[in-house]
Ligand binder design. Structure first.
Ligand code: ADP
Length: 260
C-alpha cells in the first residue's frame, strides 16, 4: 500500500481526499491524458468517488475528453470553484480558466501557482481518488508540483519507443528524487491487433516498458493496445465510460492495483 506524502497534507481541503495519484509522462502524445481519464473511469466503475485535475498547461485535453469544451466552471464564492461532474467523475482543468496560448508561455512560478490554486480552490468534496493529469516532461513546473501536492504515488505513462522510454526514465528519476512512490508504469500503444488475422503487431517495438519497469523495480501495470475506438472516442468527447469499457480489462487492472 502506498503511503501518503506529507508535503501539504493537513489542510482541510486535502483531508477530504484519500489518495492523490499523479499521472505523468516524459513526453507529450504518449496517451497520458487518455490514461488518466480511463483510470478515473475505471476507479469510478468500481464504486470509488473520483476526481480528475487537468494540470497539463501545455495541452489541457480533459475538457475535450469529457465533452466539456468551452464551458466555464461555476464559482461558489470568491475563492471556490465547483468542479464539473461527468459520468460520476468530478473534473477541473486549467483549460477551463485560461486560453491555451497564454498558459504555454507562463514561467515556472506562475504556472506552479496557478496549478496550486486550481487544486486548492476546487470544491472537490470527499474523494477516494484525485487523479492529476500532469504536464508532460520533467522540468521545474513538474518538479514543483510533485513537491507541493501531497500525492500518494505516481503513474508514469510511456509508449514502447526508445525516445519515449528514455524520457519516461527521467520521469521515474524525478519521482525518486522527491521520494514519491511510483505506483507503476503503463505502456500505451503497445501493439495493434490486426482485424483480419487477429495477429498482434508491435508497431513501436516490444517489451520496452517491461524492461524499463524491471530496471527500476516498479510494476508494469498494463500494456494498452493501439485501438481505433480509443482515438475516436477521445476526439468526439464521447462517453468516457464506453471508452473505458473498450479497454476495460487493462484499466480495471490498473485501478485495482492503485487501490490495493
Ligand atoms: P498525452 O496526454 O500524452 O499528450 P493523449 O492522451 O492526449 O496524450 O493522446 C494523444 C493522442 O493519441 C490522442 O489523439 C489519443 O486519442 C490518441 N491515443 C492515446 N492512446 C491511444 C491508444 N491506446 N490507441 C489509439 N489512440 C490513442
Amino acid at each position: 500500500r502506498v503511503t501518503c506524502h506529507t508535503a501539504v497534507a493537513g489542510t482541510t481541503q486535502f483531508k477530504q481526499i484519500k489518495h492523490i495519484v499523479l499521472v505523468a509522462s516524459g513526453k507529450g502524445g504518449v496517451g497520458k491524458s487518455t490514461t488518466a481519464v480511463n483510470l478515473a473511469a475505471g476507479l469510478a466503475s468500481q464504486g470509488a468517488q473520483v476526481g480528475i485535475l487537468d494540470a497539463d498547461i501545455y495541452g489541457p485535453s480533459i475538457p475535450s475528453l469529457l465533452g466539456l469544451t468551452g464551458q466555464q466552471p461555476e464559482a461558489l464564492d470568491e475563492k471556490t470553484l465547483k468542479p464539473f461532474e461527468k459520468d460520476g467523475i468530478r473534473a477541473m482543468s486549467i483549460g477551463f480558466l485560461v486560453a491555451q496560448d497564454d498558459a504555454t508561455v507562463w514561467r515556472g512560478p506562475m504556472a506552479s501557482q496557478a496549478l496550486a490554486q486550481l487544486l486548492n480552490e476546487t470544491a472537490w468534496g470527499e474523494l477516494d481518488y484525485l487523479i492529476v493529469d500532469m504536464p508532460p516532461g520533467t522540468g521545474d513546473i513538474q518538479l514543483t508540483m510533485t513537491q507541493k501536492v501531497p500525492a500518494s504515488g505516481a503513474i508514469v505513462v510511456t509508449t514502447p519507443q526508445d525516445l519515449a522510454l528514455a524520457d519516461a526514465q527521467k520521469g521515474i528519476a524525478m519521482f525518486n528524487k522527491v521520494n514519491l512512490p511510483i505506483i507503476g508504469l503503463i505502456e500505451n500503444m503497445s501493439y495493434f491487433t490486426c482485424q483480419h488475422c487477429d495477429g498482434k503487431n508491435a508497431i513501436f517495438g516490444s517489451e520496452g516498458g517491461a524492461k524499463l519497469a524491471a530496471r527500476h523495480g516498479v510494476p508494469l501495470l498494463a500494456e494498452i493496445p493501439l485501438d481505433t475506438g480509443i482515438r475516436e472516442n477521445s476526439e468526439q468527447g464521447a462517453n468516457i465510460t464506453a471508452q473505458a469499457l473498450a479497454i476495460k480489462d487493462h484499466y480495471i487492472y490498473c485501478a485495482q492495483l492503485v487501490s490495493s
